[in-house]
Ligand binder design. Sequence first.
Ligand code: SF4
Length: 458
Amino acid sequence: MEPTNCHIHKLHTGGVANPNEYAELARMFLRPSEFELDVSGPPPEEDREEIKRRLYRELSRMTGRHPVWGTLTGVKPLKLFSALAEKTGGAGAAKRKLRDEYYVSPEKLCLLEQTWRVGREVLRHPPQGAVSVYVGIPFCPSRCAYCSFVSGPYEEKSAARYLDALHREIAFVAEQMDALGLYAESIYVGGGTPTALNAQALERLLHTLTGCLPTAERAEYTVEAGRPDTLTDEMCDLLAACGAGRISINPQTMRDATLARIGRRHDAAMTGKAFEAARKAGLPLINADIIAGLPGEDASDFAYTLDAILALKPENITVHTLSVKKGSNFREADEELCYNIEGSALRMLDGLPERLRGKGFRPYYLYRQKQTVDNLENVGYALPGAECVYNMRIMEEKQTVIAMGAGGSSKVFFPQENRIERIFNVSDHALYAARIGEMIERKRIGLFGALRGCARPR
Ligand code: SF4
């Protein structure tokens, strides 16, 4: 590696076909404007992982930084840990390999091991025929400054067109599942903000899902309520009456000034009221999402949010690290926001697993996203027995997922080959509604066609 001028460093990889993961690794140390990858020359003799180790060591020497996830650039470190533990005969060997060959920090190894152990305790092998079902509602009351999803503002007419198409897709999926002897082990209605729909439309959708789809007797049924301002007493009663067993109320922060800054239309008091309404309606499991690394906040703000959330007694807390992706208002306003607030998320998350453990929470699923502040992770914590099976299955990737609605990414799991194949719906809700026939055909051929060919659909 050599500086090409006073700012830009040239990182040599040799002639590699796909330099993206090396660039991703370099971005953990340097701003994109500070480096260039040199992929000239013959193909390197080192393998991929060796190149990454060499880059990591060189970049660490140069910047003094030691990203805690080492050379891991993928989004599913838990899946890798699990595979290594299975292959090498236990957590100890998996940890050694991740420490020595991927440079993962001791603190993240400990988090991985705890999460993996909870998964082993809670998650059984998926029963034959059991699948996960996801339904996306791409509407929200307003747009969050960090949002990079293709969700739109709620508007009655486009929502009605969208729901008509979605009901067609649900009817088709139900018929195919029936024919193949498949059933939903879990149903997850996410978004967007499903509770941004009008009560009548949401009630029809939730009843249709449980009424039409073949479903396990005690299937997990989650509805993301997302925005606390959508959770009135009536909405909570409706969710309970429709059989939702788990909802997500996502305050993100309990600082009102930050909420206004990030484009949410609620304050901390509304989060408290939403919890009250949900409890009154008898909704048994509540998850609360919070975000570390929000601009303008420091470790004391994050600690304040955590205390305020713990006081509401959720059964799950999902701690995200801010991800500043293309398409978000944050990214448009400041291309290098992640770098400009560097260190903030690390300080906020310092000691968090121990703090939550003291309150009875255990980490049960974990994933990473690109472009996160300090390259940190997202972790779901749960009280024992309150883990979300859907979230765990998604991370494990050992079960077929049927995803409906705009942006749905279905996955067929081939157990014999231990691999998945994805089938996508278009992301834009208006296009989805206009092209619903094509979305159904994609499922007929790519998803159910493949499942028919599987010796043991799972
Ligand atoms: S609630 Fe989620 S989907 Fe909706 S705007 Fe915010 S980040 Fe995007």
